[in-house]
Design a protein. Structure first.
Length: 280
């Protein structure tokens, strides 16, 4: 996790000038960077950092990290790494994997120094070095340690697990519990606000919301957690419907029959590549 509150505008413009020749566009971006923020009627000048809430901020942040992080990491991997190195970055979140443990420590120190040169810093609370992978469980067991640690990335908790069929290693991805609780809380509040609307209207809206949630999180091994999410949404909707009036309580069985057309079922939507591209 990277903090962009201290992005250097000079370096930002140099990176942009490397690819953009149109002076008018560069001038517009420079104005955007220094536009400032108005709070309580008072304007605050901005000398560093990207404009918070501006639509261009994610794009500028990605450009900045491309030069500061991506290109530098490719060079570091070729010149300094002793083993294989893999990296996945999405916006300001990234995961870097190392074959050699010594590479991880050296890379972290080099990364801190690299970021300091360009006015960036790592979020120490979200930056960790941990054992993960095919041999992590056996190595930690020999050392008298517990199970391999997990990490959250892009809304999933990644876990070292084994296949039921042959006991082989597999990376298990579960929907992050914190993210799921936050989503359930928001849906619970929305369903309570809309409790007096017709069931068909609320159901049509809820089906789109839940299907969108499943379209992202329905990966292999995550069905149990998604089933809990589905049950949580159904309970929240039933609670909202029971608050509509004082004429009795709708039984759970009757409720499930009423909402069955609107609540999508849980199934894997993103199978493994070996299954996704299999042609019989």
């Amino acid at each position: 996790m990277v903090s962009f509150d201290t992005v250097d505008h000079g370096w930002m413009m140099r990176f942009l000038e490397h690819r953009i020749a149109d002076k008018r566009l560069l001038r517009l971006i420079r104005k955007w960077l220094t536009a400032g923020v108005i709070e309580n009627g008072a304007k605050t000048e901005i000398r560093v950092g990207t404009p918070q809430g501006a639509v261009i901020s994610p794009l500028l942040a990605n450009i900045y990290l491309h030069y500061v992080f991506d290109l530098w990491l490719q060079r570091w991997r070729r010149r300094d790494a002793k083993g294989d190195v893999i990296v996945v970055r999405y916006a300001d979140d990234s995961v870097v994997g190392f074959e050699a443990e010594a590479d991880a420590s050296r890379f972290l120190e080099a990364l801190k120094a690299r970021f300091a040169q360009f006015g960036l810093s790592l979020n120490e609370q979200k930056t960790r070095v941990l054992q993960f992978g095919r041999y992590a469980a056996s190595q930690r067991k020999r050392a008298g340690l517990g199970r391999p640690q997990t990490f959250d990335f892009l809304g999933f908790t990644h876990i070292c697990a084994t296949k039921r069929s042959n006991g082989g290693f597999i990376v298990k991805r579960l929907t992050s519990s914190n993210r799921m609780r936050a989503t359930l809380k928001a849906l619970r509040q929305a369903l309570y606000r809309r409790r007096h609307e017709p069931i068909a209207v609320v159901g049509t809206w809820l089906r789109r919301v839940m299907q969108g949630y499943f379209n992202y999180h329905a990966v292999p091994g995550n069905n149990l957690r998604l089933s809990r999410f589905r049950s949580g949404v159904c309970r929240a909707w039933l609670h909202a419907l029971r608050r509509r009036g004082q004429y009795g309580r709708m039984p759970w069985a009757r409720f499930l029959r009423r909402v069955a057309p609107y609540v999508p079922s849980v199934r894997v939507l993103h199978p493994y590549p070996t299954q996704r591209f299999f042609a019989s």
